[in-house]
Design a binder for this molecule. Structure first.
Ligand SMILES: Cc1ncc(C[n+]2csc(CCOP(=O)(O)OP(=O)(O)O)c2C)c(N)n1
Length: 691
């Protein structure tokens, strides 16, 4: 952006467009019930419009929030699209699926706007991921067209109290990333004053000692100071000097939403806010500039009136177009949760990413039996060698090689840009993966233990719905590896969780849960060449025990998801299981030779319904064994399908054996008291056979 020749008329037109759009919605469309959620940006427009004009690098990206419509208009969202979004019509960036102000914008000329999240604070770590991806594209892939690009994350001052903000700030400053935080401080987070979010409401003062952070604080309602703050921040970040945090002090001239009457805001505050209205200040600024250039007051007024008229005409035309646009088609509402053959516009496994195609689904076992953890390491290594866009990271995965050894020596082989330690923030690990995936990389984060994924659940859920929310504009196929389950010597409530049912209920995720090294290789490779976000569970009791050992099935082996393994053939009972319970079930069924069919599901989402139903038709009896706790465990889902689709095939009520609804205990006798043991499985088989 050439700041010396700034087109103030264009800036003013965009500011007025946003203001009039808000007015139209507040005065007409919301009362008419045509817009359901109205978030006015009145008072926030100026900084956003200026910033939108400046983000012109083809690899710039921004994450936004619900008050970012002026920025969107400045970045090329048409007024018609904005209205279609509010009115939930086709043509909107989410095809009517998401709240109107939850925008996304695949790259048109320059900037990419990453899919917005409704979770306050969730916008920061994906932007950091994009910023880290910029450095990766530039330094590792040597794609010089990424040089000078930057990421921006925008949020209100309330959002700086959220976990995501701190996770992102830590990462951006520690890695000195090309990133700008734009905090639009309107002094209220809904009704809560800024002093509740940070001491004294002064985030910039409070951050003043933060290393590697350039801080700017200014009035974002004043044309000249707003321009200067954007200019200075961008120059700093684009010069490669590291992240910048801008606090733009703005005003919120309306309620938080259409239904908020601001009763909590004193009248004098509201009056003072009206005085600082950026439109008013812009008008005064343009008048002063006009007078300097020798125009008369009348000429200046006439030009202003003309601009307002133009904006109103544009709005009228856009409204007509938006009202004429179709409603989304209800029969398509289930589309795009997963990849369905159509590449998203951005992110995901796209042709230019040149990811390897799926390999052979026939194993070619050779060599000695290897541990499951070695199988994982070898697969990661072969895929890292094949795919330069793949990155492996997490806590202690670098020099140490992971607390389970899955990434041993990997950093030495592939370098610290591709295999690296992260800060201790699961929110940051998964959140940055979103931005990386959207920037065309394949992030493969490790979460140290299943329970420690808890802080990342906001991002996990947002990744899963991302393709659906954007109607396939974007997709973020991240492969998250997590060691799960009890250990070979002990259990405990923190390291021994499996919790697959929680993820099975997290929309848009696939879940692999291998029971041995061969399946681990095949499933992990399929995940790494796949199009959808995937959890890959590595059971702790199988990592280096005899139960998990198998010969390596080859560098090309890909095991499809949703294909169960039928491990034994029996006529009288179908035993469905997965993970570390597989070997226990196999041992238990040995007491009933020829009577029990053991099915290892191998993947939970999708799960092989056909294999289970087919076997049920033959045996008439089903036992499901899992390690996750019982209530709302995945066995419940299988039983529901059986009762609706195999009711007449059943000779006995389906049974399940799971951990009762308590955490896994530390004391080994207590642990054995809750885990499905071989003896207990045997007992259930016996009872069911005798039914
Ligand atoms: C994680 C989360 N918690 C709570 C909310 C509900 N909520 C939406 S906006 C908001 C206030 C945010 O204020 P601020 O960040 O200052 O932005 P502003 O609305 O003032 O622009 C709250 C509490 C939410 N969307 N997400």
């Amino acid at each position: 952006m050439d700041f010396t020749n700034i087109d103030w008329l264009k800036i003013t037109r965009l500011v007025l467009l946003s203001r009039e759009l808000d007015r139209l919605e507040v005065e007409q469309l919301t009362p008419q019930g045509k817009v359901k959620y109205q978030f006015s940006a009145s008072g926030h427009e100026l900084t956003q419009v200026l910033l939108g004009q400046a983000l012109t690098h083809p690899h710039d990206a921004a994450t936004i929030y619900y008050r970012s419509r002026p920025f969107m208009l400045s970045c090329g969202l048409s007024v018609t699209e904005a209205l279609q979004a509010g009115m939930a019509r086709m043509g909107s960036p989410s095809a009517g699926r998401d709240v109107g102000v939850m925008y996304n914008l695949p790259r048109r000329d320059g900037l990419t706007v990453l899919p917005a999240s409704g979770d306050v604070g969730a916008q920061y770590t994906p932007a950091v991921g994009w910023a880290q991806a910029i450095t990766y594209h530039e330094r590792v892939l040597r794609e010089t067209d990424w040089s000078g690009a930057m990421a921006v994350a925008m949020g209100g001052e309330g959002s700086i109290a959220a976990n995501g903000f701190w996770a992102a700030l830590n990462i951006a400053t520690t890695l000195c990333l090309p990133m700008m935080f734009l905090i639009e401080d309107n002094a209220y987070g809904l009704s809560v004053p800024a002093g509740i979010q940070t001491p004294g409401g002064e985030i910039t003062a409070n951050l003043s000692g933060f290393k590697n952070l350039y801080i700017i604080d200014c009035d974002g309602t004043n044309p000249l100071t707003a321009l200067e703050l954007i200019q200075t921040a961008l120059e700093h970040v684009r010069a490669g000097l590291g992240p910048c945090l801008v606090r733009s002090q703005v005003v919120r001239l309306t309620g938080h939403t259409f239904v908020d009457d601001q009763a909590y805001k004193p009248a004098e505050v509201q009056l003072a806010e009206a005085e600082r209205d950026p439109v008013k200040q812009l008008r005064e600024f343009l008048r002063a500039e006009g007078l300097k250039q020798g125009h008369t007051d009348e000429q200046i007024q006439a030009e202003w009136d003309q601009l307002v008229e133009q904006v109103k005409t544009e709005l009228d035309a856009a409204l007509t177009a938006a009202e004429a646009s179709p409603e989304p088609e209800p029969s398509q509402v289930t589309q795009h949760l997963f990849f369905e053959g159509l590449a998203p516009k951005q992110g995901g496994l796209r042709p230019e990413n040149a990811l390897p195609a799926l390999g052979s689904n026939t194993p070619q076992p050779s060599g000695p039996r290897i541990n499951l953890i070695d199988a994982v390491r070898r697969t990661l290594e072969t895929e890292l060698a094949l795919n330069p866009r793949m990155l492996v990271f997490g806590e202690d995965v670098g020099l140490k090689g992971g607390v389970h050894g899955a990434t041993l020596d990997m950093q030495t082989h592939f370098g610290p840009a591709r295999v690296f330690d992260t800060s201790l923030s699961e929110d940051g690990i998964i959140g940055r993966s979103v931005g990386m995936a959207l920037a065309g990389l394949l992030p493969v984060p490790e979460i140290q233990f299943r329970k420690y994924a808890d802080p990342a659940h906001e991002q996990i859920n947002d990744i899963g719905t991302l393709r659906w929310r954007t109607a396939n504009n974007f997709a973020a196929p991240v492969v998250v590896r997590i060691p799960v389950g009890f250990g070979k010597k002990t259990g405990d409530p923190w390291h021994s969780v499996t919790g697959e049912a929680v993820y099975a209920h997290s929309l848009g995720w696939r879940i692999a849960f291998p029971s041995n090294a061969e399946d681990a290789v095949g499933l992990l490779r399929t995940a790494l060449r796949g199009e959808d976000p995937t959890f890959f569970f590595e059971h702790r009791a199988l990592l280096d025990t005899v139960e998990g050992r198998r010969p390596y099935p080859g560098d090309d082996y890909c095991l499809p998801f949703g294909k169960a393994a039928r491990l034994t053939d029996g006529d009288e009972l179908t035993l469905v299981t997965w993970g570390a319970m597989v070997s226990r079930c196999l041992e238990a069924q040995r007491s009933f030779p020829g009577r029990v069919t053991v099915i290892d599901l191998r993947t939970i989402i999708p799960w092989d319904q056909e294999a289970v139903l087919e076997s049920t038709r033959q045996t008439g009896k089903v036992l499901i064994v899992h390690e996750d706790t019982q209530t709302a465990g995945f066995a419940g889902e299988i039983m529901a399908v059986l009762s609706s689709q195999a009711f007449t095939d059943l000779d006995a009520p389906p049974d399940r054996l799971a951990i009762p609804d308590v955490p896994v205990p530390y004391n080994i006798r207590l642990m054995d008291a809750v885990l499905p043991t071989v003896e207990r499985i045997r007992g259930r088989i016996e009872a069911l056979l005798a039914y």
